[in-house]
Write a protein that binds this ligand. Structure first.
Ligand code: GAP
Length: 526
């Protein structure tokens, strides 16, 4: 075995569309994600996490949990039930306002989100603008001044203005519940059913996104419940329980991870928008008037958490909300550059005292904190951080999947997962299946498995096994060969650089610990 052979390569940039297709099929081929109940042709927008997927998801959740709960002395976690008293959802506003505006096509019988039809129309206008910009860039080369071009070129200016007008009018109409105007806008723009081209639309109607279910034995006595559409409310209703039993002092936070359910009509882009998904949320309770200071703190801290995974600063951006929900006084999204463009990955919201006050009103119970320094009671203000675990999974998976052409002209598919979240940390490979090498490899597995998820693999030539582990995202391969019997050294191969070093078996644990410890990865977050 040589050292570092073929470690030079270049990255083949894949077209974004292609990249997304590759991510979806790779997720299935390498045991990350399967469609739900596939043998019955699946259930739309519902997915199962497979043997590697469940590990990656668990590791991302753990990475989040440790950074939020273990790294902050004033944050604790809970695990509230999915089913909650139905008044919860009245108080939170979800019964009355958690709606999507839907429109049906009378000919195709297909249902669409009216706002998505309009946004897609604007997206097409933007694509036209981008085409003009690309053309001009090519024509003018280095002399091209993009800023000047977009502010003066008549067609680009018009495309951008149109988008602004459409989105502005849509926001105004939706805000005023003027659904007739939303329909009028769709008709004026001559938007057609994307699948059939028909323009025969029904009126726009609001459709509640919560899944209903029933509690109780008989139909008559059953209570109508909802599957929670967000984990946040489980935190709000437990605010006082946690504050009192944990003797928490403001400012403090409560974190929770768990399933949430939304009857999304336009569920698309794989696990980006699902009907059953998992959230990782934290509500931070603060003194009224100090919320914007904490909002800034959490914006920075959450971005640092993302950056700590090393997926490139350029792939994240903030999108501050101009139009705020009625309960918020500041809100931003952390957007990630998915294969289909920059999209929301996480939301950070300054929610004022809206939720706790609403629960006070509906429950008749006081949800207040006595602040000994101020010598008074108040309803705390809340800053929320809320990230979709599945969406984070997609960000990690799609960013990590790369096609590389190596120096010798061969190619490899490699999943460059941050090693702290990789499902399998190391594969132990006997060079051949005899001469006592498998036994030594098994011993190494048994020694490492106390701390790491490691696998033993003896099938096929070692080169093929390396490729298999590269594609599965395993950061290290440990190869046992005949020299191992003489001097107890093995080859440690790095997935990303493909460099191989000889290392004593006794040093393996220390070496893995150095590069796959929470301390190593999380120290840049705070
Ligand atoms: N408690 C606030 C809240 O739920 P949200 O913006 O509706 O806010 C927060 O959701 C995060 O949950 C989003 O940023 C996204 O990552 C994730 N999320 C929301 N809907 C989702 C869906 N249908 N499928 C997957 N993830 C979703």
């Amino acid at each position: 075995m040589g050292n570092g052979k073929g470690a030079f390569f270049y990255f083949c940039a894949m077209a974004k569309d292609d990249q997304f297709k590759k991510v979806v099929s790779h997720a299935k081929e390498y045991g990350y994600i399967f469609g739900s109940s596939e043998i019955y042709d699946g259930l739309s927008a519902v997915y199962d996490y497979a043997q590697n997927g469940v590990e990656l998801k668990k590791n991302i959740r753990e990475y989040w949990w440790r950074s939020m709960v273990y790294m902050h002395q004033n944050i604790v976690g809970i695990d509230a039930a999915i089913l909650m008293h139905p008044t919860t959802w009245k108080a939170s506003g979800h019964v009355d306002a958690f709606n999507d505006p839907l429109i049906d096509n009378k000919d195709s019988k297909k249902r669409y989100r009216a706002d998505v039809l309009l946004e897609d129309y604007c997206e097409k206008l933007e694509q036209k603008a981008q085409k003009e910009i690309a053309k001009a860039k090519k024509r003018f080369g280095d002399a091209f001044d993009e800023e000047q071009f977009v502010s003066t070129h008549p067609r680009v200016v018009r495309y951008r203005e149109q988008q602004k007008e459409i989105l502005g009018r849509m926001a105004k109409s939706l805000g005023a519940e003027d659904l007739a105007d939303v329909k009028a806008l769709i008709e004026e723009l001559e938007i057609a059913d994307p699948e059939t081209g028909s323009r025969n639309w029904t009126d726009v109607k609001q459709f509640n996104l919560m899944f209903g279910t029933k509690l109780g034995a008989s139909a008559e006595s059953a209570t109508n419940l909802y599957l929670r559409p967000e984990t946040a409310q489980g935190i709000f209703v437990n605010f006082l329980n946690v504050q009192k039993t944990g003797r928490m002092k403001i400012p403090f936070g409560i974190a929770q991870t768990g399933k949430a359910f939304r009857n999304e009509i336009v569920a698309r882009q794989f696990i980006f928008r699902m009907r059953e998904f998992e959230q990782m949320e934290m509500q931070f309770f603060v003194r009224p008037g100090e919320e914007l200071k904490w909002y800034e703190y959490w914006k920075e801290t959450r971005l640092n958490w993302h950056l700590s995974l090393g997926m490139g600063k350029e792939n994240y951006r903030f999108h501050d909300h101009e139009k705020l929900a009625h309960y918020a006084n500041a809100a931003t999204d952390i957007e990630f550059d998915f294969p289909f463009g920059f999209k929301e990955l996480e939301g950070i919201h300054s929610r004022t005292d809206f939720d706790l006050k609403a629960h006070e009103e509906h429950s008749g119970k006081k949800l207040q904190f006595f602040d000994p320094e101020l010598n008074k009671n108040y309803v705390p203000y809340v800053v929320e951080t809320s990230i979709g675990l599945d969406r984070m999974f997609l960000a990690v998976l799609s960013h990590s999947l790369q096609d590389e052409t190596l120096e010798d002209g061969s190619s490899r598919v490699v999943l460059k997962l941050p090693s702290i979240v990789a499902p399998i940390k190391a594969a132990v490979l006997p060079l051949i299946k005899r001469d006592g090498l498998p036994e030594i490899a098994q011993e190494i597995v048994e020694n490492l498995q106390w701390d790491y998820n490691v696998v033993y693999d003896e099938k096929d030539a070692v080169g093929r096994r390396y490729r298999r582990q590269d594609a599965a995202g395993t950061p290290y391969c440990i190869t046992v060969d005949h020299q191992t019997k003489e001097d107890q050294t093995v080859t440690l191969r790095d997935r990303d650089s493909m460099e191989q070093v000889r290392i004593h078996i006794d040093q393996l644990k220390e070496k893995l610990k150095k590069s796959i410890s929470y301390e190593h990865w999380l120290k840049n977050v705070l």
